[in-house]
Design a binder for this molecule. Structure first.
Ligand code: PLP
Length: 404
Protein backbone atom coordinates (compact mmCIF):
# COMPACT_ATOMS: atom_id res chain seq x y z
CA UNK A 1 0.00 0.00 0.00
CA UNK A 2 1.32 3.46 -0.84
CA UNK A 3 0.72 6.53 1.27
CA UNK A 4 -1.58 9.34 0.17
CA UNK A 5 -0.71 12.00 2.74
CA UNK A 6 -3.20 14.53 1.35
CA UNK A 7 -6.05 12.03 1.75
CA UNK A 8 -4.83 11.09 5.21
CA UNK A 9 -4.67 14.76 6.27
CA UNK A 10 -8.22 15.28 5.06
CA UNK A 11 -9.37 12.82 7.75
CA UNK A 12 -8.19 15.25 10.45
CA UNK A 13 -10.57 18.22 10.48
CA UNK A 14 -8.42 20.32 12.82
CA UNK A 15 -5.56 20.40 10.31
CA UNK A 16 -7.61 22.84 8.20
CA UNK A 17 -7.44 25.42 11.02
CA UNK A 18 -5.88 28.85 10.46
CA UNK A 19 -3.66 30.26 13.20
CA UNK A 20 -2.76 33.97 13.05
CA UNK A 21 -4.08 34.02 9.46
CA UNK A 22 -1.75 31.21 8.36
CA UNK A 23 -2.60 27.54 7.77
CA UNK A 24 -1.76 25.58 10.91
CA UNK A 25 1.51 23.63 10.89
CA UNK A 26 1.08 21.28 13.84
CA UNK A 27 4.47 20.06 15.07
CA UNK A 28 3.59 19.29 18.68
CA UNK A 29 2.68 15.64 18.20
CA UNK A 30 4.89 14.42 21.03
CA UNK A 31 2.61 16.36 23.39
CA UNK A 32 -0.58 15.05 21.83
CA UNK A 33 -1.76 13.92 18.42
CA UNK A 34 -4.78 15.20 16.53
CA UNK A 35 -7.83 12.96 16.10
CA UNK A 36 -9.20 11.56 12.82
CA UNK A 37 -12.90 11.86 11.97
CA UNK A 38 -13.33 8.12 12.65
CA UNK A 39 -12.43 8.71 16.31
CA UNK A 40 -14.63 11.82 16.60
CA UNK A 41 -17.51 9.81 15.09
CA UNK A 42 -16.98 6.93 17.54
CA UNK A 43 -17.25 9.31 20.51
CA UNK A 44 -20.41 10.90 19.14
CA UNK A 45 -21.89 7.49 18.32
CA UNK A 46 -21.27 6.18 21.81
CA UNK A 47 -22.88 9.17 23.53
CA UNK A 48 -25.72 9.33 21.01
CA UNK A 49 -26.64 5.65 20.87
CA UNK A 50 -24.90 3.48 23.48
CA UNK A 51 -24.18 5.54 26.60
CA UNK A 52 -24.36 3.30 29.69
CA UNK A 53 -22.04 2.12 32.41
CA UNK A 54 -19.95 -0.96 31.66
CA UNK A 55 -19.97 -4.39 33.32
CA UNK A 56 -22.98 -3.56 35.50
CA UNK A 57 -26.26 -3.52 33.68
CA UNK A 58 -28.57 -6.26 32.55
CA UNK A 59 -29.86 -4.00 29.81
CA UNK A 60 -29.16 -3.51 26.15
CA UNK A 61 -27.21 -0.26 26.29
CA UNK A 62 -24.98 -1.59 29.08
CA UNK A 63 -24.33 -4.68 26.96
CA UNK A 64 -23.38 -2.57 23.96
CA UNK A 65 -21.11 -0.27 25.96
CA UNK A 66 -19.43 -3.27 27.61
CA UNK A 67 -19.01 -5.05 24.27
CA UNK A 68 -17.27 -2.05 22.66
CA UNK A 69 -15.20 -1.32 25.79
CA UNK A 70 -13.94 -4.90 25.96
CA UNK A 71 -13.40 -5.01 22.20
CA UNK A 72 -11.03 -2.06 22.66
CA UNK A 73 -9.13 -4.10 25.25
CA UNK A 74 -8.76 -6.98 22.77
CA UNK A 75 -7.69 -4.57 20.01
CA UNK A 76 -5.11 -2.97 22.31
CA UNK A 77 -3.65 -6.36 23.20
CA UNK A 78 -3.39 -7.29 19.53
CA UNK A 79 -1.81 -3.92 18.70
CA UNK A 80 1.08 -4.40 21.13
CA UNK A 81 1.51 -8.13 20.56
CA UNK A 82 0.18 -9.17 23.97
CA UNK A 83 -1.05 -12.74 23.96
CA UNK A 84 -3.58 -12.19 26.79
CA UNK A 85 -5.99 -9.22 26.82
CA UNK A 86 -6.34 -9.67 30.60
CA UNK A 87 -2.95 -7.97 30.81
CA UNK A 88 -4.40 -4.69 29.45
CA UNK A 89 -5.38 -2.26 32.22
CA UNK A 90 -7.06 1.00 31.28
CA UNK A 91 -5.80 4.02 33.21
CA UNK A 92 -5.89 7.79 32.76
CA UNK A 93 -2.57 7.91 30.91
CA UNK A 94 1.07 6.87 31.00
CA UNK A 95 1.50 8.86 34.20
CA UNK A 96 -1.20 6.92 36.00
CA UNK A 97 0.03 3.62 34.56
CA UNK A 98 3.49 4.18 36.03
CA UNK A 99 2.09 5.42 39.35
CA UNK A 100 -0.02 2.28 39.52
CA UNK A 101 3.02 0.04 39.17
CA UNK A 102 5.11 2.13 41.59
CA UNK A 103 2.34 1.86 44.18
CA UNK A 104 1.55 -1.83 43.91
CA UNK A 105 5.26 -2.66 44.19
CA UNK A 106 5.52 -0.91 47.59
CA UNK A 107 5.32 -4.14 49.55
CA UNK A 108 8.03 -5.76 47.46
CA UNK A 109 10.72 -3.12 48.14
CA UNK A 110 12.66 -2.18 51.25
CA UNK A 111 15.95 -0.70 52.43
CA UNK A 112 18.86 -2.08 50.42
CA UNK A 113 16.77 -2.49 47.28
CA UNK A 114 17.36 -0.38 44.17
CA UNK A 115 15.30 1.13 41.37
CA UNK A 116 17.10 1.94 38.11
CA UNK A 117 16.03 4.64 35.64
CA UNK A 118 18.01 6.61 33.03
CA UNK A 119 18.92 10.27 32.59
CA UNK A 120 16.47 10.49 29.67
CA UNK A 121 13.27 10.00 31.63
CA UNK A 122 10.13 12.13 31.56
CA UNK A 123 9.06 13.24 35.04
CA UNK A 124 6.28 10.63 34.80
CA UNK A 125 8.91 7.90 34.78
CA UNK A 126 11.03 9.47 37.49
CA UNK A 127 8.90 11.09 40.21
CA UNK A 128 6.75 7.99 40.97
CA UNK A 129 9.98 6.03 41.52
CA UNK A 130 11.37 8.77 43.79
CA UNK A 131 8.14 8.51 45.79
CA UNK A 132 8.41 4.71 45.92
CA UNK A 133 12.00 5.02 47.11
CA UNK A 134 10.97 7.50 49.81
CA UNK A 135 8.16 5.17 50.98
CA UNK A 136 10.25 2.03 51.14
CA UNK A 137 13.82 3.12 51.85
CA UNK A 138 14.97 1.82 48.47
CA UNK A 139 17.59 3.75 46.49
CA UNK A 140 16.94 5.32 43.09
CA UNK A 141 19.86 4.98 40.67
CA UNK A 142 20.20 6.75 37.35
CA UNK A 143 22.00 5.34 34.31
CA UNK A 144 24.00 7.92 32.35
CA UNK A 145 23.57 9.06 28.76
CA UNK A 146 26.34 9.99 26.34
CA UNK A 147 26.88 13.36 24.64
CA UNK A 148 24.53 12.40 21.80
CA UNK A 149 21.67 11.72 24.21
CA UNK A 150 21.82 7.92 24.09
CA UNK A 151 21.76 5.63 27.10
CA UNK A 152 25.25 4.49 28.04
CA UNK A 153 24.63 0.75 28.01
CA UNK A 154 27.82 0.00 29.95
CA UNK A 155 26.75 2.35 32.74
CA UNK A 156 23.23 0.88 32.66
CA UNK A 157 24.73 -2.59 33.01
CA UNK A 158 27.08 -1.48 35.79
CA UNK A 159 24.24 0.00 37.80
CA UNK A 160 22.23 -3.23 37.64
CA UNK A 161 22.76 -5.76 40.40
CA UNK A 162 20.84 -8.36 42.34
CA UNK A 163 19.66 -5.42 44.49
CA UNK A 164 17.78 -3.94 41.51
CA UNK A 165 14.07 -4.66 41.97
CA UNK A 166 12.82 -2.67 39.00
CA UNK A 167 14.35 -1.00 35.96
CA UNK A 168 12.16 1.63 34.31
CA UNK A 169 13.12 3.35 31.05
CA UNK A 170 11.56 5.01 28.05
CA UNK A 171 11.27 3.32 24.69
CA UNK A 172 11.70 6.72 23.00
CA UNK A 173 12.82 9.99 24.64
CA UNK A 174 10.18 12.71 24.42
CA UNK A 175 12.82 15.44 24.64
CA UNK A 176 15.41 14.16 22.14
CA UNK A 177 13.65 11.45 20.11
CA UNK A 178 16.29 8.86 21.04
CA UNK A 179 15.12 5.28 20.45
CA UNK A 180 16.49 3.13 23.25
CA UNK A 181 17.60 -0.48 22.69
CA UNK A 182 14.78 -1.70 24.94
CA UNK A 183 15.16 -5.39 24.12
CA UNK A 184 18.82 -5.30 25.15
CA UNK A 185 18.13 -3.20 28.26
CA UNK A 186 15.31 -5.54 29.25
CA UNK A 187 17.52 -8.59 28.80
CA UNK A 188 20.23 -7.06 31.00
CA UNK A 189 17.76 -6.09 33.73
CA UNK A 190 15.93 -9.40 33.78
CA UNK A 191 19.23 -11.25 33.95
CA UNK A 192 19.74 -9.82 37.47
CA UNK A 193 16.15 -10.65 38.43
CA UNK A 194 14.73 -7.11 38.13
CA UNK A 195 11.25 -6.34 36.89
CA UNK A 196 11.18 -4.10 33.80
CA UNK A 197 8.79 -1.28 32.97
CA UNK A 198 9.02 0.38 29.56
CA UNK A 199 7.51 3.85 29.15
CA UNK A 200 6.16 3.64 25.62
CA UNK A 201 4.44 7.04 25.51
CA UNK A 202 6.58 8.28 22.62
CA UNK A 203 7.05 4.97 20.84
CA UNK A 204 3.50 3.78 20.44
CA UNK A 205 2.62 5.96 17.42
CA UNK A 206 6.00 5.70 15.70
CA UNK A 207 7.39 2.18 16.08
CA UNK A 208 5.87 -1.28 15.86
CA UNK A 209 5.60 -2.40 19.50
CA UNK A 210 5.61 -6.03 20.57
CA UNK A 211 5.73 -6.44 24.33
CA UNK A 212 6.46 -10.15 24.16
CA UNK A 213 9.43 -9.55 21.86
CA UNK A 214 10.74 -6.79 24.13
CA UNK A 215 10.40 -9.22 27.03
CA UNK A 216 9.44 -6.55 29.59
CA UNK A 217 7.04 -7.00 32.52
CA UNK A 218 5.10 -3.75 32.08
CA UNK A 219 4.55 -1.43 29.13
CA UNK A 220 2.78 1.92 29.52
CA UNK A 221 1.39 4.43 27.02
CA UNK A 222 -1.22 7.16 26.57
CA UNK A 223 -4.08 6.88 24.09
CA UNK A 224 -3.98 10.59 23.24
CA UNK A 225 -0.55 10.22 21.65
CA UNK A 226 -2.05 7.59 19.34
CA UNK A 227 -4.89 9.59 17.70
CA UNK A 228 -7.32 8.70 20.52
CA UNK A 229 -8.94 10.89 23.21
CA UNK A 230 -7.22 12.29 26.28
CA UNK A 231 -7.92 10.73 29.68
CA UNK A 232 -7.13 7.13 28.69
CA UNK A 233 -3.91 5.26 29.22
CA UNK A 234 -2.81 1.67 28.99
CA UNK A 235 -0.74 -0.40 31.32
CA UNK A 236 0.13 -3.80 29.97
CA UNK A 237 1.53 -6.30 32.45
CA UNK A 238 2.24 -10.02 32.49
CA UNK A 239 -0.99 -11.57 33.67
CA UNK A 240 0.54 -13.93 36.26
CA UNK A 241 2.47 -11.01 37.74
CA UNK A 242 -0.59 -8.74 37.83
CA UNK A 243 -2.65 -11.44 39.55
CA UNK A 244 0.05 -11.69 42.23
CA UNK A 245 0.10 -7.95 42.94
CA UNK A 246 -2.24 -6.14 45.35
CA UNK A 247 -4.74 -3.58 44.09
CA UNK A 248 -3.92 0.15 44.12
CA UNK A 249 -7.24 1.98 44.34
CA UNK A 250 -10.24 0.41 46.03
CA UNK A 251 -13.89 0.76 45.07
CA UNK A 252 -16.47 -0.65 42.69
CA UNK A 253 -15.56 -3.04 39.86
CA UNK A 254 -12.28 -4.23 41.41
CA UNK A 255 -13.77 -6.44 44.14
CA UNK A 256 -15.01 -10.01 44.20
CA UNK A 257 -16.68 -9.88 47.64
CA UNK A 258 -17.03 -7.12 50.21
CA UNK A 259 -17.88 -7.40 53.90
CA UNK A 260 -17.54 -4.75 56.60
CA UNK A 261 -14.40 -6.45 57.84
CA UNK A 262 -12.56 -7.24 54.62
CA UNK A 263 -12.83 -7.57 50.84
CA UNK A 264 -11.46 -9.86 48.16
CA UNK A 265 -10.26 -8.80 44.73
CA UNK A 266 -11.06 -9.59 41.13
CA UNK A 267 -8.23 -10.96 39.04
CA UNK A 268 -6.52 -8.65 36.51
CA UNK A 269 -7.42 -6.46 34.75
CA UNK A 270 -10.49 -5.49 36.84
CA UNK A 271 -8.50 -5.56 40.11
CA UNK A 272 -6.74 -2.43 38.86
CA UNK A 273 -9.76 -0.63 37.38
CA UNK A 274 -11.67 0.71 40.37
CA UNK A 275 -14.68 2.89 39.60
CA UNK A 276 -16.30 3.94 36.36
CA UNK A 277 -13.64 4.16 33.66
CA UNK A 278 -13.43 6.63 30.77
CA UNK A 279 -15.77 4.51 28.67
CA UNK A 280 -16.08 6.89 25.72
CA UNK A 281 -12.32 7.42 25.71
CA UNK A 282 -11.60 3.70 25.65
CA UNK A 283 -14.11 3.20 22.83
CA UNK A 284 -12.35 6.11 21.09
CA UNK A 285 -9.07 4.25 21.52
CA UNK A 286 -10.66 1.21 19.88
CA UNK A 287 -11.66 3.41 16.92
CA UNK A 288 -8.16 4.93 16.75
CA UNK A 289 -6.59 1.48 16.65
CA UNK A 290 -8.96 0.40 13.86
CA UNK A 291 -8.12 3.57 11.94
CA UNK A 292 -4.36 3.30 12.47
CA UNK A 293 -4.20 -0.42 11.75
CA UNK A 294 -5.87 0.17 8.37
CA UNK A 295 -3.03 2.50 7.30
CA UNK A 296 0.09 1.29 5.46
CA UNK A 297 2.29 1.12 8.54
CA UNK A 298 5.67 0.66 6.85
CA UNK A 299 4.95 3.61 4.57
CA UNK A 300 3.96 5.76 7.56
CA UNK A 301 7.20 4.97 9.34
CA UNK A 302 9.24 5.72 6.20
CA UNK A 303 7.31 8.98 5.75
CA UNK A 304 7.99 10.15 9.30
CA UNK A 305 11.67 9.29 8.91
CA UNK A 306 11.80 11.32 5.68
CA UNK A 307 10.40 14.34 7.56
CA UNK A 308 12.99 14.01 10.33
CA UNK A 309 15.84 13.57 7.83
CA UNK A 310 14.69 16.58 5.80
CA UNK A 311 14.57 18.66 8.99
CA UNK A 312 18.05 17.63 10.07
CA UNK A 313 19.43 18.35 6.62
CA UNK A 314 17.81 21.80 6.44
CA UNK A 315 18.91 22.62 10.01
CA UNK A 316 22.49 21.72 9.02
CA UNK A 317 22.41 24.72 6.68
CA UNK A 318 21.43 27.21 9.39
CA UNK A 319 24.52 27.96 11.50
CA UNK A 320 22.45 29.60 14.26
CA UNK A 321 20.74 26.25 15.01
CA UNK A 322 22.22 24.03 17.67
CA UNK A 323 20.73 20.55 17.77
CA UNK A 324 20.12 19.20 21.27
CA UNK A 325 20.55 15.46 21.05
CA UNK A 326 22.13 13.76 18.05
CA UNK A 327 21.16 10.10 18.58
CA UNK A 328 21.85 7.63 15.81
CA UNK A 329 18.39 6.13 16.06
CA UNK A 330 15.62 8.67 16.56
CA UNK A 331 11.95 9.00 15.70
CA UNK A 332 9.68 11.99 15.27
CA UNK A 333 11.43 14.52 17.52
CA UNK A 334 14.00 17.21 16.69
CA UNK A 335 15.06 19.42 19.62
CA UNK A 336 17.11 22.55 19.09
CA UNK A 337 18.19 25.99 20.22
CA UNK A 338 18.28 29.05 17.98
CA UNK A 339 21.22 31.45 18.41
CA UNK A 340 21.08 32.60 22.01
CA UNK A 341 17.31 33.12 22.02
CA UNK A 342 15.22 31.69 24.82
CA UNK A 343 13.18 28.71 23.54
CA UNK A 344 9.91 30.39 24.63
CA UNK A 345 10.64 33.45 22.47
CA UNK A 346 11.31 31.21 19.47
CA UNK A 347 8.08 29.32 20.12
CA UNK A 348 6.08 32.53 20.29
CA UNK A 349 7.58 33.90 17.07
CA UNK A 350 6.87 30.61 15.27
CA UNK A 351 3.31 30.57 16.59
CA UNK A 352 2.77 34.03 15.03
CA UNK A 353 3.43 32.28 11.72
CA UNK A 354 0.96 29.46 12.41
CA UNK A 355 3.63 26.94 13.45
CA UNK A 356 2.96 25.00 16.66
CA UNK A 357 6.09 23.67 18.38
CA UNK A 358 6.80 22.87 22.02
CA UNK A 359 9.26 24.88 24.07
CA UNK A 360 10.66 24.44 27.56
CA UNK A 361 11.96 21.53 29.58
CA UNK A 362 9.48 18.98 28.20
CA UNK A 363 8.92 17.50 31.68
CA UNK A 364 12.57 16.44 31.74
CA UNK A 365 14.15 19.02 34.04
CA UNK A 366 17.04 16.79 35.19
CA UNK A 367 17.84 15.94 31.55
CA UNK A 368 17.93 19.63 30.58
CA UNK A 369 20.25 20.25 33.52
CA UNK A 370 22.44 17.33 32.47
CA UNK A 371 22.64 18.78 28.94
CA UNK A 372 23.31 22.28 30.27
CA UNK A 373 20.40 23.93 28.46
CA UNK A 374 17.45 25.92 29.86
CA UNK A 375 15.08 23.97 27.63
CA UNK A 376 14.71 23.44 23.90
CA UNK A 377 12.45 24.14 20.97
CA UNK A 378 10.95 20.81 19.95
CA UNK A 379 9.40 19.94 16.61
CA UNK A 380 7.70 16.56 16.63
CA UNK A 381 6.13 14.93 13.60
CA UNK A 382 3.23 12.62 13.00
CA UNK A 383 1.92 10.73 10.01
CA UNK A 384 -0.12 13.67 8.69
CA UNK A 385 2.79 16.10 8.52
CA UNK A 386 4.28 16.89 5.12
CA UNK A 387 7.51 18.10 3.57
CA UNK A 388 5.68 21.38 3.14
CA UNK A 389 5.37 21.54 6.95
CA UNK A 390 9.16 21.05 7.18
CA UNK A 391 9.69 23.87 4.66
CA UNK A 392 7.30 26.13 6.59
CA UNK A 393 9.22 25.37 9.80
CA UNK A 394 12.56 26.15 8.18
CA UNK A 395 11.21 29.36 6.62
CA UNK A 396 9.65 30.26 9.97
CA UNK A 397 12.98 29.81 11.71
CA UNK A 398 14.77 31.98 9.13
CA UNK A 399 12.16 34.69 9.63
CA UNK A 400 12.43 34.34 13.41
CA UNK A 401 16.18 34.91 13.11
CA UNK A 402 15.53 38.34 11.59
CA UNK A 403 13.72 39.35 14.82
CA UNK A 404 16.49 38.18 17.16
N1 PLP B 1 6.42 9.50 29.34
C1 PLP B 1 6.80 10.11 28.21
C2 PLP B 1 8.05 9.65 27.51
C3 PLP B 1 6.04 11.16 27.69
O1 PLP B 1 6.43 11.77 26.57
C4 PLP B 1 4.86 11.55 28.36
C5 PLP B 1 4.07 12.69 27.88
O2 PLP B 1 4.53 13.54 27.17
C6 PLP B 1 4.50 10.88 29.53
C7 PLP B 1 5.30 9.85 29.98
C8 PLP B 1 3.27 11.23 30.29
O3 PLP B 1 2.14 11.01 29.52
P1 PLP B 1 0.71 11.49 30.04
O4 PLP B 1 0.85 12.95 30.38
O5 PLP B 1 -0.19 11.24 28.88
O6 PLP B 1 0.38 10.67 31.23
Amino acid sequence: MTLDVAALRAEFPILATQVHDAPLVYLDNAATTQKPQAVLDALMHYYTHDNANVHRGAHTLADRATRDFEAAREATAAFIGASDARGIIFTRGTTESINLVANVLSERLGPGDEILVTELEHHANLVPWQMLAARTGAVLRVAAIDAAGQVDLADFGNKLSTRTRIAAFSHVSNALGTVNPVEEMTRLARAVGALVLVDGAQAIAHLPVNVEAIGCDFYAFSAHKLFAPTGVGVLWGRTALLDALPPWQGGGEMIETVAYTHSTWQPAPHRFEAGTPNIAGVIGLGAALRWFSAQPRAALIAHENTLVEATLQAFGEIPEIRLVGTPQHRVSVVSFLLADAHPHDVGTLLDRQGIAVRTGHHCTMPLMQRLGVPGTVRASYSVYNTLDDVHRLVAGIRKTLTFL
